[in-house]
Design a protein around this ligand. Structure first.
Ligand code: GLN
Length: 191
């Protein structure tokens, strides 16, 4: 059955997530207001600029509704979405949402290599475990809480992880045609 997947559509590459969700025959729902969340079973926070996301989330009164959503339903965040969902992030003008116990450092792969494509090893796919990771001014996860499961690695870094309701990637699975990470989110998390 098609699931209704909310995609925060304030800024960033949300249309790419719309395509990934549609490719899996689920129904994307653009989210710009708190009441629109009520129609959804899942939520995605896209890549973009985390300071802008947090600013708009405050302005549009989305902070508490997203936190309440996460108590019952799964949320995925990619890149800036990961930063927005992390518990511990330095240098943000607004507090992050704090929904997954990670210490995350923004733009931590260095300016000269602001963007790169690198292999991500997926622990949940035994047949074909390499995923093409597109990293764009990517955040780095520096500390991982005990309730967080690590499911994707780039060299020695954890770049894909989840707790009970929150899944985060420091790269952009929505910028590839490979839907395995979206499928993992929509098939294994939530009801
Ligand atoms: N560097 C951005 C930030 O700090 C994230 C970049 C991205 O989402 N591609 O929010």
């Amino acid at each position: 059955m098609a699931k209704r997947v909310g995609i925060l559509a304030l800024q960033g590459d949300f249309t790419k997530h719309v395509q990934s969700v549609a490719r899996l025959n689920h129904q994307p729902v653009l989210i710009r207001k708190p009441e629109e969340l009520k129609q959804c079973d899942y939520l995605i926070l896209p890549g973009g600029e985390s300071t802008t996301f947090l600013h708009l989330i405050e302005q549009l009164d989305l902070r508490q509704p997203i936190i309440e959503f996460s108590r019952e339903k799964p949320i995925m965040g990619t890149c800036a979405g990961l930063i927005t969902l992390s518990k511990d992030v330095a240098g943000l003008p607004h507090p992050s949402l704090g929904l997954i116990d990670l210490h995350t450092v923004r733009n931590a792969y260095g300016r000269q290599i602001d963007s790169f494509v690198g292999d991500v090893r997926l622990s949940f796919d035994e047949r074909r475990n390499i995923f093409e990771g597109i990293f764009i001014r990517a955040p780095r996860i520096k500390r991982i809480g005990q309730d967080v499961e690590q499911i994707g690695f780039h060299n020695d870094d954890v770049v894909l992880a989840h707790n009970q309701t929150i899944l985060v990637a420091s790269f952009h699975p929505e910028l590839t045609d490979d839907t395995r990470i979206h499928r993992y989110f929509l098939d294994t998390m939530g009801k």
